[in-house]
Design a protein around this ligand. Structure first.
Ligand code: DUC
Ligand code: ZN
Length: 460
């Protein structure tokens, strides 16, 4: 069946232009003038009027944690609610983190994540494999992962899943051989453990101790160490959820040495700061995430880096817990489950506070949310483009609206919205997932048609 989206403005990383889009089945068939596209129509071709709207390639969120068992609980969003919220926010592909726990093979971890996701997703999906138990057999498995389209990995320098420097070095060596890439959570775990122990010994058990025990220096030091390891191996790496100027400076220094380094940040690091941890009562727990929120100057640095292209992607690190779950850390800040919901509001927040506020162009937004993640995670131009042959994953965004973020009515399974009360000047009016309209009038109308995406090698 053919469909036409008529009257919109197609946004790409290199420019925006008025064009109609012809969809044939799951694919974009043609992009052109109304006359050109009308000539390709057939008798039963449906026409959707998208006049006045921006058409973005479906957004890609390469950093979600759905159905993750952590901190003595499980994330509030599983793959059903999480991907429903994602697609409502214009995200047509997510890349979640399959985790290899101690004693497991990578194949075990991947199988577990397929079981969590398959048949439940309302957008397309893939996994990075998080490696936590490195040994010769796991090393051999990297070839199998690449074969299966799992071409990106994740390493933690903190948490129970952390790997030490030698392991990081050995993994980077193997990734260079197989052509894979890894994202790394950079925080110095030793420094954090010592600061947490000090805070506890002094009875400082409240939320304010969370940012105090995870300083920017802990992040910057870990980034530096990672990049020195990558320098010797001579392989690009991805610094995920970059929060601060100190870390950014370290990345820029490595680039000056000639290294290829990719960086990702998240809406909460762009739009929130650490004053939220001083909110009365236990309110600040809603914003506990790792690394923590930083200072306004750090956010300014991150916005500038988005504008000049020195940060390549904006993902969400969606890792949601209800206010009830956050209470697990009521008497001990180290027990507050870390993470925030974000998949539902990333696109409209970035448009409102990025494009409309004059910080980035809409073309840059297209790069950050669609093109660059598609290239970095081996999906371009199947994903990340509105061009003949690409999957017809299309976000129809209405701008110039006067909306407000509220927890009521959100699709994600959380009783609060971190950006509650924030004004939004853009709305996700409809979304097409491989040619099927899955969001209509900002409501999800078709669920659970998401498919696993077999990815190729990074190419950005
Ligand atoms: N940070 C969080 O806040 N939650 C999940 C994982 C992470 O890195
Ligand atoms: Zn994360």
């Amino acid at each position: 069946m053919k469909q036409i989206l008529r009257g919109g403005t197609v946004v790409t990383g290199s420019g925006s232009f008025r064009a109609d889009v012809l969809i044939d089945g799951e694919k974009v068939a043609a992009v052109g003038s109304t006359e050109e596209i009308a000539r390709l129509a057939e008798q039963d071709t449906q026409v959707a009027d998208v006049a006045g709207c921006l058409l973005f390639p479906g957004f890609i969120d390469a950093h979600t944690h759905f159905d993750l068992h952590v901190a003595g609980t499980v994330t509030a969003d599983d793959f059903a609610t999480g991907t429903k919220a994602a697609v409502r926010g214009g995200t047509t592909t997510i890349v979640d983190f399959g985790t290899q726990y101690a004693g497991e093979s990578l194949a075990d971890g991947l199988r577990n994540w397929h079981e969590k996701a398959d048949g439940k997703c309302s957008c397309d999906y893939s996994f990075h494999m998080s490696i936590s138990d490195w040994n010769p057999s796991v090393s051999r498995e990297l070839d199998d992962m690449m074969e299966e389209g799992i071409t990106s990995f994740k390493l933690y320098m903190t948490y129970d899943t952390q790997v030490d420097d030698r392991t990081i070095f050995e993994i980077l060596r193997r990734l260079k051989e197989v052509g894979g890439i890894t994202g790394v959570h950079c925080e110095n775990s030793g420094m954090i453990a010592a600061l947490q122990a000090e805070a506890k010994a002094e009875g400082r058990m409240g939320v304010e101790s969370h940012p105090a025990t995870r300083p920017a220096a802990a992040e910057a030091e870990a980034i530096d160490r990672l990049l020195r390891l990558a320098e010797v191996v001579d392989i690009p790496v991805i610094v995920v959820h970059l929060t601060c100027k100190e870390g950014y400076d370290v990345i820029m220094e490595a680039r000056r040495r000639g290294q290829k380094v990719y960086a990702e940040t998240c809406p909460h690091y762009l739009l929130m700061d650490d004053s939220l941890y001083s909110l009365p009562g236990f309110e600040g727990a809603k914003y506990v995430c790792a690394p923590p929120l930083r200072k306004k100057e750090d956010s300014q640095c991150l916005w500038k880096a988005l504008a000049d292209g020195t940060i390549q992607t904006v993902s969400t690190d969606h890792c949601s817990f209800t206010t009830e779950q956050k209470k697990l850390g009521m008497d001990d800040f180290t027990k507050i489950p870390g993470g925030m919901p974000g998949v539902e509001t990333r696109g409209t927040l970035l448009y409102t506070y990025g494009v409309d506020a004059g910080r980035i162009t809409r073309e840059k937004m297209c790069e950050l949310l669609s093109e660059n993640p598609a290239k970095l995670y081996g999906m371009y131009p199947l994903k990340g483009a509105i061009a003949p042959g690409s999957d017809a994953d299309i976000v129809v965004m209405r701008t110039g609206v006067d909306d407000v973020v509220t927890a009521g009515g959100q699709a994600q399974n959380v009783d609060y919205a971190p950006f509650e009360g924030s004004k939004l000047t853009a709305r996700i009016e409809s979304v097409y997932l491989r040619g099927t309209q899955v969001v209509k009038d900002h409501q999800v109308v078709v669920e659970k048609t998401g498919k696993f995406v077999k990815r190729g090698k990074y190419d950005l």
